[in-house]
Design a binder for this molecule. Structure first.
Ligand code: BDR
Ligand code: CA
Length: 312
């Protein structure tokens, strides 16, 4: 199986992504789940990661806590979307397992330095603070990263937290800038993709009908988190963001995109956090990102539902 580290701010959609990965041990070996501040504060995000690991029955997977705030800016959170706990919806028990004592950034650095180059893929589902801090602390990790697969950014869909910025990039644009320039192969799942995989009534009903505790909890999470987006977008279902990262690792043929340059706006007050994608190659900037633009939504939900059925 492919070795991955999941860097995340759970978050209902992060939780679904974690469950999808943990339900797929033949393809993915999850070395750790590293929490970062984002949807809510670090402590809650890390506690939510522990709850999700317990829900999955995979208490062998370690959880680390990383950075509690962005590199330069004041933390912006999204309780209005995810609820006060960050994971409102299901009533998950207080976790029995504990966080690892090591800092998440140190775990990322040590693990990459100890492994063969190209052995470890980083999956990022939140602001990029931990990955950027790891790159600053130990730049020699960059050529050792197999790939960074991130949920973040937007092209035509432009922004969800400001008119021009997607949340994960907006929270820590300086970190995103460092990561996008680091030289490691990057695949980006932007809003353009995630706004195509909508939580329609039929898809949520199919997840609820799986009949296990994980399926029930996911249905409750998505029913909670979609309220805000249904009102906002008026669409037949809400976008589902972070699980697209794991789905791409499992079934890349479900997605389409192209290699192009992506740069981050860090200076402008109006457009800070914008992902400027040179999709049509009008500059000669390096093609640093495999920028995905579309997804087979039915295929994605079939995969998700089938995998969730494997969990407790
Ligand atoms: C991203 O922001 C968060 O609220 C979600 O978990 C996702 O990672 C979408 O913009
Ligand atoms: Ca997230």
């Amino acid at each position: 199986p492919r070795k991955i580290i999941i860097d995340t701010d759970p978050g209902q959609d992060d939780a679904v992504a974690i469950l999808l990965a943990l339900a797929s041990p033949q393809e993915l070996e999850v070395l750790s789940i590293v929490a970062v501040a984002g949807n809510v504060g670090l402590e809650r995000n890390a506690g939510n990661a522990l709850k999700v690991v317990e829900l999955s029955g995979r208490t062998d997977v370690p959880v680390h806590a990383g950075c509690a705030r962005p590199m330069r800016r004041t933390l912006v959170t999204a309780e209005h979307v995810h609820g006060q706990t960050g994971l409102d919806g299901p009533d998950l028990p207080a976790p029995k397992i504990a966080l690892q004592p090591q800092h998440g950034v140190d775990f990322i650095v040590e693990t990459l330095m100890a492994a063969e180059p190209g052995a470890i893929t980083l999956c990022t589902l939140g602001p990029l603070t931990n990955i950027a801090m790891a790159l600053v602390k130990e730049p020699r990790i960059a050529p050792r990263i197999a790939e960074i697969v991130m949920m973040g950014g937007a092209y035509f869909e432009v922004g969800n937290i400001t008119p021009t910025a997607e949340f994960n990039i907006y929270v820590d644009p300086e970190a995103a800038d460092i990561v996008l320039r680091c030289g490691a192969p990057i695949t980006m799942l932007p809003l353009d993709v995630t706004h195509q995989v909508l939580t329609t009534r039929e898809r949520l009903a199919a997840i609820a009908a799986i009949g296990n505790r994980s399926g029930e909890a996911v249905a409750q999470m998505l029913a909670f988190s979609e309220r805000f987006d249904l009102a906002k977008y008026g669409s037949d279902g809400a976008p589902l963001h972070d699980p697209t990262v794991i789905a791409w690792l499992l079934r890349p043929e479900l997605f389409k995109g192209r290699q192009c340059n992506v740069a981050i706006e860090t200076a402008s007050e109006l457009t800070v956090g914008m992902t400027v994608a040179d999709y049509w190659h009008v500059t000669d900037r390096p093609r640093n990102v495999n920028f995905l633009r579309s997804a087979d939504a039915d295929g994605f939900y079939a995969l998700l539902t089938e995998r969730l059925a494997r969990l407790p």
